[in-house]
Design a protein around this ligand. Structure first.
Ligand SMILES: NC(=O)c1ccc[n+]([C@@H]2O[C@H](COP(=O)([O-])OP(=O)(O)OC[C@H]3O[C@@H](n4cnc5c(N)ncnc54)[C@H](OP(=O)(O)O)[C@@H]3O)[C@@H](O)[C@H]2O)c1
Length: 274
């Protein structure tokens, strides 16, 4: 294992925070990639990347807002080339399933020459508790432009466990792992699972893309982010990702965590209380 720090990009986010904690528990030195970090890391400021990469041995790479966003592939490729110039020996790249633009970005990162492991993840379970869906759950109505398309929501803790294995163990360079939960649920079933875990009346309803876009605009969500969310709901959630994959079991030798366990453990934290 390297004694150089591991740079965790998105180190304050859903998976990065978990990866950073796990590495610290293993006594691996960690450098947090954050706009509030020291030195700060910002995807929109390439001039600041070199100080963040200095002396780094490995990188957990999560991009914002999404690898599939316009220009994302070019930006992560430029970053990976800087990482190669700094002799970074390993990159673990978080990607999304079923997104051709994200696959283009994966290839661009690999081409930079640093041995790379790709984690292609399904929708995170934690989107319901640590992201854009937490407020709708608290309010009791989750309204999204998606119908009965099943999605095998994955637990961010499983992603972090796999990422740490790939960052610190051997045999993962060049590998692609598809990370999903153990079963696919529709959004209505997922929300019903949260309702059962909290004992609250939380309902799911399908809305039109136009109604969803109008609500995001009214909430002040930036156009780029709103466009991305709409793309993910209306194009990527078309059933192409409905199948379960075995990446978690392949790397960790145990089954992926189920949505019911996530919902029960999250309910007791009180995060979904109105
Ligand atoms: N959420 C999902 O269901 C899902 C599924 C598959 C793949 N993914 C991929 O996972 C990645 C992370 O997405 P996420 O939604 O889960 O977000 P997240 O990791 O929870 O995002 C928050 C993190 O992004 C950082 N960040 C925001 N803007 C930044 C900027 N301009 N420069 C540097 N860092 C910035 C924040 O750091 P600071 O605020 O501290 O700067 C924070 O650490 C994306 O590439 C996404 O495509 C997500």
């Amino acid at each position: 294992m390297t004694t150089n720090p591991t740079l965790v990009l998105g180190g304050t986010g859903k998976t990065g925070r978990r990866v950073a904690h796990r590495l610290a528990d293993l006594d691996v030195p960690v450098r947090l990639g954050s706009r509030a970090g020291t030195p700060p890391f910002d995807w929109t400021d390439p001039a600041g990347w070199d100080p963040v990469l200095a002396g780094v041995g490995a990188v957990y790479l999560t991009y914002q807002p999404d690898l599939a966003a316009p220009g994302g592939a070019e930006v992560v490729a430029a970053f990976a080339r800087r990482a190669a110039a700094h002799d970074v020996r390993r990159i673990v790249l978080l990607s999304g399933r079923g997104e051709p633009e994200a696959e283009h970005a994966e290839a661009a990162v690999r081409a930079a020459g640093v041995p790379c492991t790709v984690l292609r993840a399904s929708w995170f379970q934690q989107n319901f508790s640590e992201s854009h869906l937490v407020d709708p759950v608290r309010a009791g109505v989750v309204a999204l432009p998606v119908g009965d398309v099943p999605e095998p929501f994955v637990d961010a803790d499983d992603i972090a466990d796999v990422a740490v294995a790939a960052l610190s163990g051997d045999g993962h360079a060049g590998q692609l792992y598809e990370l999903t939960g153990p079963r696919a649920l529709t959004f209505a079933e997922a929300v019903a699972g949260i309702a059962a875990a909290t004992g609250r009346d939380v309902r799911f309803t399908t809305v039109t893309t136009e109604a969803y876009a109008a609500r995001l605009a009214a909430e002040g969500v930036p156009n780029a982010v709103a466009g991305l969310l709409t793309y993910l709901f209306t194009e990527v959630l078309d059933g192409r990702n409905a199948h379960v994959a075995d990446g978690v079991e392949q790397v960790l030798g145990r089954p992926a965590r189920d949505f019911a366990g996530y919902a029960a453990a999250t309910a007791v934290t009180g995060v979904w209380k109105p």
